[in-house]
Design a protein around this ligand. Structure first.
Ligand SMILES: Cc1cc2nc3c(=O)[nH]c(=O)nc-3n(C[C@H](O)[C@H](O)[C@H](O)COP(=O)(O)O)c2cc1C
Ligand SMILES: [Fe+2]
Ligand SMILES: [Fe+2]
Length: 405
């Protein structure tokens, strides 16, 4: 029944859209959904590249069967074992018991580890090739471009890169599959949010992978989420390159927590100081209202970060603490930092924020504003000064290699 979309004459899109899941990894909201992309190459031998989330397993199998028209599936290439892509593996093995599962040694360990799937496998090493007929696949191991087993598969004849999660983004595919046939506007922000939250920690691995891929001529990038890139390949590679170098734009993100408005008023004042010093991109997030994935996205985008928190049970406000942990585990680099806080009897928030910036090894503004109870004149001025100090550092910032070039 299914008419699968053609990428090239023998390469078909057999992926699916997920419009039901609320949160990716049970954490990251999906206001525009997500696609799980899978590709079928029909040649003398047939090969499927990656699978989809098991929630869509039935439709996925039907799409494959529609295309194969009774032929068998010879190979399943696994670029990445995260369950949004490997989820239908066990089901596929039931339909195609003779299929050879193709992956590197780490992949094949996980095939058994996650699913106890056995049967024919083909273990490949970096730059090994597999001939399907006219089409010839070459495997490029790109460890930690999300997980240790991650690899990319390059189809040599038609110059198609099956890139796994790399170059992917949130957002369903609404009708068309290849970028030249759609308006791609909605995907750019979702690419940054996807990268920042999912791949963000692995900037140096992405840089290594990009260098490894440089010699390849690429007509299509077929990633596992979002559009197939043809027209926008240069832009997409640039986005990933910039993000993985932690290269930032001139702007300041101010994040605060506040129960009764004292810290919030300080945030407003700090923002005024930043703007008065000539920074136009000032983004304020109330940590209890903005989604953390959007805050992390903005932190990846802009060079300055100023965090404010009340003292809460001798600690940071818990929502602020949670955000700091999200920043720490991603090892975000190249930022200018400032902080402020509010307390009533014994201050703890600003001290914790100070240890945070030491851990991150970022440059910090000298001034830190710590107000007892409501914001008063002296500290009002100090908040303006904090904003302008951070702005000046953001403007004069030169980042150190290897993170910037
Ligand atoms: C649940 C709770 C716990 C608090 N714990 C502390 C504390 O340990 N030390 C302190 O000095 N103030 C503490 N405070 C007071 C707040 O830090 C202080 O009132 C601050 O100005 C609140 O800022 P906000 O108006 O931005 O919420 C606590 C307040 C609340 C509601
Ligand atoms: Fe992944
Ligand atoms: Fe994925």
């Amino acid at each position: 029944m299914f008419q699968n979309q053609e990428i090239t004459k023998d390469v078909f899109y057999v992926g699916v859209n997920d419009r039901q899941k609320h949160k990716f990894e049970n954490m990251l909201p999906l206001p525009q959904g997500v696609s799980y992309n899978s590709y079928l190459i029909v040649d003398e031998k047939t090969a499927l590249v990656d699978t989809v989330d098991i929630a869509m397993g039935d439709i996925f199998i039907e799409k494959i069967q529609s295309q194969l028209q009774g032929r068998t599936l010879d190979y399943l290439i696994i670029n990445h074992m995260e369950p949004d892509h490997s989820g239908s593996l066990k089901l596929l093995r039931k339909y195609y018991p003779e299929m050879q599962i193709v992956g590197n040694s780490k992949t094949l360990d996980m095939v058994y580890g996650f699913y106890e799937v056995t049967g024919k496998t083909l273990e490949i090493k970096d730059e090994d090739t597999l001939v399907l007929g006219k089409h010839k696949l070459q495997f490029h191991l790109t460890p930690m471009v999300h997980w240790p087993e991650t690899m990319m598969t390059y189809e040599i004849t038609e110059q198609i890169l099956f890139s796994g999660d790399a170059f992917g983004c949130f957002g369903t595919l609404d009708g068309a599959v290849v970028d030249e046939n759609m308006n791609v506007d909605k995907y750019w922000d979702e690419m940054t949010r996807y990268y920042a939250n999912i791949v963000g920690k692995y900037g140096s691995a992405v840089q290594k992978a990009l260098k490894k891929l440089t010699p390849l001529d690429i007509n299509y990038i077929c990633s596992t989420h979002g559009p197939v890139w043809k027209e926008y390949i240069t832009k997409v590679v640039d986005v990933y390159d910039q993000l993985s170098r932690y290269e930032t734009n001139e702007g300041v993100v101010i994040v605060y927590g506040s129960m009764y408005g004292n810290t919030e008023l300080m945030a407003e004042t700090v923002a005024q100081g930043v703007a008065q010093a000539g920074i136009k991109d000032v983004i304020i997030h109330n940590v209890s209202k903005s989604d953390p994935s959007v805050i992390i996205q903005d932190i990846f985008k802009y060079r300055g970060l100023i965090v404010g928190s009340p003292t809460y049970c001798n600690e940071l406000y818990p929502e602020v603490e949670s955000l700091l942990s999200k920043i720490e585990i991603r090892g975000i680099k190249n930022h200018i930092f400032g902080c402020f806080g509010s307390y009533t009897w014994a201050s703890a928030a600003v001290k914790r924020l100070t240890t945070f910036v030491e851990t991150m090894k970022w440059t910090s503004a000298e001034i830190m504003v710590d107000e007892k109870q409501g914001l008063k004149k002296d500290n009002y001025q100090a908040c303006l000064e904090l904003g302008s100090q951070v702005a000046a550092l953001v403007k004069s910032f030169k980042c150190d290699p290897p993170h910037c070039v």
